[in-house]
Each structure stands twice: as structure tokens, then as C-alpha cells.
Design a protein around this ligand. Structure first.
Ligand code: SF4
Length: 434
């Protein structure tokens, strides 16, 4: 294997070693919830190993954004990886390079106010630590920085010769827009066939979609169980639902994703009936109105322990997904298009009107009997920052206090963990919540 290839998989190999170690620890020191925390790690491990194997054996594989329907790639039998997943998963998985990566992007000739996630993506590209795929399916929604990422990947010498396709995403959600995006997904299929030789059989697409429908149905059940007081689990298992249904292999029965969801629902039901939550002493129910920062492990245990506060809902654990009608090819493509345009975390927040965002916030506050709303104010989410006063007003009408922090959800040096804790602590005290 040449040096460039070796380097491209170096960090994947490191992550494989870390995941193997974490799984070994779970085996050696069993915990009550180990059976639920283990499968998501095994899922990541399986994907990383497959990516490395594709590189080592010159097999075709894709890099893709998380918005490309997994059902299509599963039905086509092509391996893919979300090349930027590591920027998100560091919260649960130690990444020994995160600090050096964050320092390196400070000196990149890129505006500092560009979302750190996007700047990290430039850095990974520049460094050559992303396995080079046979082809890449990019995205232009939901935010402007994402478009700059696509442009960088198209022109940088590392990936310039990788064929790229970017489904064109309309802003609106009317019938014509969904039909338009469904056609873009058909063009995605043609693109994959052209570069990997894999074809799409509609019956296999139906099987994969029905399998993910079953998973989403259970996630919706779990979502309802999370309304209970006390909440059966903290936010981490809900976040794992995203990984278990939006990653490679989710549409395949043999990977056991459905069994994991069944186990999750059963565990939550038992905990609700027995009033035996994962997080004891829940006095404050918080809506974290965005995805949780990647350094959440430095904040959440403190909130639970010191403040009696549990994240009852956050946007990575939210489940707004609708099931897909598998009657025909047309209904499946329309359903997949609608979901990709509207439902995944970040897409949902950035691709909605202010009115829709505020309505969702009010509904979550009511349904999950929220005591306080925290809007982290990730520095990349300038579109959402424009809604802060409207969010505050919505919370006032709903009778719950609202805190806007202002942080970088990838980089704790922007607003330090101590400062974030301090703000949260004063918020709870000022609102009379503890
Ligand atoms: S984190 Fe937000 S601003 Fe950054 S790339 Fe994702 S959607 Fe865009």
C-alpha cells in the first residue's frame, strides 16, 4: 500500500483500536446498560473496519453526507462512510487528535467565524487523513458553510479526482420541491451506478426501507416514553438512535439494529413502570435546543450531579421522522426525499422557517414538560441566532425560562466549559429551579 493510502486510513485504524478497547472494557466490567451502549459502538467498529478493508483491497466505496438516504446505498449493496463523523463522535469516543486539530485550524487561511465543523473538514482534507472513496455524494443544504465545504472538496488536490455528486436541494417543502428532490435522488442512483457498477433493485429498496421503517417506529415509541417523569434515560441513548438508523447497514436485518431498538424500548418501559431512571435525582427537565456539543461529557454529568438537571430532549435525540410509504417506487423516492430535506438533526433546524422552529420549540416544551430551555448558540448557527429574541418570547408565553449561551459546539476554547457551567448554574438559580 502506498504512503498516501496508509495515511488516509491512519486515523480510522486508531479509532478501530479505541472502539475495540471500549468494547473490551464493557465486556470486562459489565454495567446495567452495557447491552444498550455496546451495539452502537459495534456498529461504528463494523463500519470503520469495512472502510479500511475497501481501501486495502481496492474495493469500491462511497463517502457520503448523512443526508443521503441509507436505504438507497444499502439496497445498492455499496459500502459508504460519513467522512466527517469523527468531528461529531468525539463526545463519546476519545479522539487524541482533537486538540491538535482545533489548534491547527486557528492558523488556516479561513475566516474564524466559519463553522468549526467545516473548518475541521478542510483540515482533515489538507492532512490527508480521510479514506479516499471511489466517489463522493456531497450536500448543499442546510447551511451556507456546507456549500463551501463542497467547493473545497471539489478543488483540493487530495480529492480533486474523486467523482462528486451533489443533489440539488430546494428550500421549500411543497409537492413540486419534494418531487424535484426525489428526481435528484434518482440521479444520485445513476451516479453511484456509473462509478461503482452497482445497480438499484426496487424490491431491495423496499426491503431496506421497510427495515428502517421498523426502526423508526420503535424510535417513535421510545420518543414517547421519554415524556415520562422521571425520564427513563439520559440523552445519550436517544442520540445513539440517530447512529443506529442513519448509518451504513441500518437497512439490513442481519446487523441487529432492529433488535437494539426493541431492547431500548423494553428497557425504557421497565424503567418508567418501576420509576428507576438511568439518571437519578431528576429535579429539572431541560430542553437543549440544538445538538449537544461534542464535549457534552464534560457538562452533562455535572448538570445531573450538581443541579439535578436532566436533558429531557435535545435535537440529536429528537425523533420527528415520518414513516415511508413503500407501495411503489414513486412513494419511496418521495418519502426518502421528504425525510432527507426536512427531518435529520441540523437540517431540521436550518431548513425550517422561524415560525416552524418556534412551533417545534413550544411543542417540545409542552410534550416533555420542560422546566427550562437552553439554546447553546453554536457559533456556526447564525441563522438560528437570528431567532433568539423570538425563542425567548416563545418561552415566556410557554411559562418557562430561556438561556442563550453562545458557544462553539466543537471547540470548548471558544466559551470554556467552566464558563458554560457558570452560566447554566446562574440560570437555574435565577429562574428558581434549584
Ligand atoms: S454544524 Fe450547523 S453551521 Fe456547521 S455545518 Fe453543520 S449545519 Fe452548518
Amino acid at each position: 500500500m502506498d504512503a498516501r493510502k496508509r495515511k488516509s486510513i491512519s486515523r480510522s485504524l486508531e479509532r478501530i483500536a479505541t472502539l475495540e478497547l471500549m468494547l473490551e472494557q464493557i465486556e470486562q466490567q459489565p454495567t446495567e446498560l452495557g447491552h444498550l451502549y455496546k451495539p452502537p459502538l459495534e456498529n461504528m467498529l463494523r463500519q470503520d473496519r469495512k472502510t479500511v478493508s475497501c481501501v486495502e483491497n481496492d474495493e469500491p466505496f462511497l463517502a457520503s453526507e448523512f443526508t443521503t438516504p441509507v436505504e438507497i446505498m444499502t439496497a445498492m449493496g455499496v459500502h459508504w462512510y460519513f467522512h466527517l463523523e469523527r468531528a461529531f463522535s468525539t463526545g463519546g469516543i476519545p479522539d487524541s487528535h482533537m486538540q491538535e486539530d482545533l489548534e491547527a485550524i486557528q492558523s488556516m487561511p479561513v475566516p474564524m467565524d466559519l463553522c468549526t465543523f467545516v473548518r475541521l473538514s478542510f483540515h482533515y482534507l489538507e492532512l490527508g487523513v480521510l479514506p479516499r472513496p471511489t466517489a463522493y455524494i456531497s450536500m448543499v443544504h442546510p447551511c451556507d458553510p456546507i456549500s463551501s465545504m463542497h467547493a473545497a472538496y471539489m478543488h483540493h488536490s487530495q480529492w480533486r479526482d474523486v467523482p462528486m455528486f451533489m443533489p440539488d436541494a430546494p428550500y421549500h417543502m411543497d409537492r413540486a420541491s419534494i418531487d424535484y428532490y426525489a428526481d435528484e435522488l434518482r440521479r444520485t442512483v445513476d451516479f453511484i451506478t456509473e462509478h461503482t457498477g452497482k445497480t438499484l433493485e426496487i424490491e431491495r429498496l423496499r426491503e431496506a426501507t421497510e427495515e428502517t421503517n421498523r426502526c423508526y417506529r420503535l424510535w417513535l415509541e421510545y420518543h414517547d416514553l421519554r415524556r415520562a417523569i422521571p425520564a427513563p434515560h439520559g440523552p445519550n441513548l436517544a442520540r445513539a438512535c440517530t447512529g443506529m438508523v442513519m448509518t451504513e447497514g441500518a437497512g439490513l436485518r442481519e446487523h441487529g439494529h432492529l433488535e437494539w431498538f426493541e431492547d431500548l424500548v423494553a428497557d425504557a418501559e421497565t424503567r418508567v413502570v418501576e420509576s428507576r431512571p438511568e439518571v437519578p435525582d431528576q429535579r429539572i427537565r431541560v430542553l437543549w435546543f440544538d445538538f449537544l456539543p461534542v464535549f457534552a461529557d464534560e457538562i452533562l454529568p455535572w448538570m445531573e450531579r450538581e443541579c439535578g438537571a436532566v436533558i429531557a430532549m435535545d435535537m440529536s435525540g429528537n425523533c420527528p421522522f415520518q414513516l415511508i410509504d413503500t407501495t411503489s417506487e414513486a412513494t419511496m423516492f418521495r418519502g426518502l426525499a421528504r425525510r432527507a430535506l426536512r427531518d435529520p438533526v441540523m437540517v431540521r433546524q436550518s431548513h425550517s422557517t422561524a415560525g416552524e422552529i418556534l412551533a417545534e420549540m413550544a411543542r417540545l416544551v409542552r410534550d416533555f414538560r420542560i422546566d427550562g430551555v437552553i439554546f447553546p448558540g453554536h457559533m456556526g448557527h447564525k441563522d438560528q441566532a437570528a431567532n433568539i429574541s423570538l425563542m425567548r418570547e416563545t418561552c415566556r408565553e410557554a411559562g418557562v425560562p430561556f438561556l442563550s449561551i453562545g458557544m462553539d459546539s466543537f471547540d470548548p476554547s471558544y466559551t470554556s466549559v467552566d464558563e458554560i457551567k457558570n452560566r447554566i448554574s446562574r440560570f437555574f438559580a435565577g429562574a428558581g429551579l434549584n
